[in-house]
Design a protein around this ligand. Structure first.
Ligand SMILES: NC(=O)c1ccc[n+]([C@@H]2O[C@H](COP(=O)([O-])OP(=O)(O)OC[C@H]3O[C@@H](n4cnc5c(N)ncnc54)[C@H](OP(=O)(O)O)[C@@H]3O)[C@@H](O)[C@H]2O)c1
Length: 236
């Protein structure tokens, strides 16, 4: 008797799924049920409601390692899109011009969210046997991920823009070279797409790269992600 090996559809957890880029990744994953089973992790019930409130959205706080476990159990891939979110200091009046001042809430400084919170996610993923982690730009957590032994893809995105994705040529580089150029910005939709495509090609594994895009009227929109990842030579 023959038994056909059926590869089950991989489950992908995106954390920060209520955030600006996380929302896009979660939506894109849900639109590709033939390729992925989507899961999201958000911090609050409010964020869960904002992205549709489905049962595949877990509520947890990445500063509390135990609260990540239910979401990560049985997950094949992890895309980390959590970020400490600065708040505008009260009293800022946009009609008067100038720049607002920002602050972090007690307990929600980058040290707690971006370092410890991401370390918790990497540890939980390792314990759960996650096969690959995609991380968007967090220096200290990047080093920890690279040292973890889990296949990783580290995307150091330029300034994130709320613009349409899929219509610009993407450029990858290393050592901040492209981030010094006028093309240092990138649409959140493009970052989301690159994060998902990284799960589909071996060429993305054990790589870290800067990611930006050419202006819309210059270059050819990137469609061949395998070639894009293959062109990256930097491991960290
Ligand atoms: N903004 C930029 O220009 C820029 C540039 C380069 C790289 N990046 C990186 O790109 C990624 C996405 O950026 P973004 O601007 O799209 O993010 P964002 O909108 O600020 O979203 C961050 C998300 O993290 C969640 N979060 C914060 N603390 C948490 C906690 N303790 N537990 C669970 N979730 C928590 C927030 O949840 P709630 O909504 O529930 O609070 C929020 O949805 C981040 O890693 C960021 O550092 C950003």
């Amino acid at each position: 008797m023959f038994s056909m090996a059926i590869t089950p559809t991989p489950t992908v957890l995106v954390t920060g799924a209520g955030g600006q880029t996380g929302q896009i990744v979660y939506k894109k994953l849900k639109e590709r049920p033939d390729q992925f089973v989507a899961r999201g992790l958000v911090r609050t019930e409010e964020s869960k409601g904002k992205i549709g409130g489905a049962d595949d959205v877990y509520v947890g706080d990445i500063r509390d390692a135990g609260s990540i476990v239910p979401a990560i159990q049985g997950t094949d891939f992890l895309i980390i899109l959590t970020s400490a979110v600065p708040k505008v200091k009260p009293g800022f009046d946009p009609t008067k011009g100038g720049r607002p001042e920002y602050y972090y809430e007690e307990g929600a400084y980058p040290e707690q969210v971006d370092w410890l919170g991401q370390k918790n996610q990497i540890d939980a993923a390792k314990a759960a046997g996650v096969k690959q982690i995609v991380l968007v730009w967090k220096r200290k957590a990047e080093q920890y991920l690279a040292d973890s032994g889990i296949p990783y893809t580290i995307i150091r995105a330029g300034g994130l823009l709320d613009k349409e994705g899929g219509i610009r040529e993407l450029i990858v580089g290393k050592d901040d070279e492209i981030l010094q150029t006028p093309t240092k910005a990138i649409a959140r939709e493009d970052v989301a797409e690159v994060g998902i495509q990284a799960l589909l090609f071996e060429e993305s594994k054990y790589k870290a790269f800067d990611l930006a895009s050419k202006p819309e009227d210059a270059g050819t929109p990137t469609k061949d992600f395998k070639a894009l990842f293959a062109s990256v030579t930097s491991k960290f």
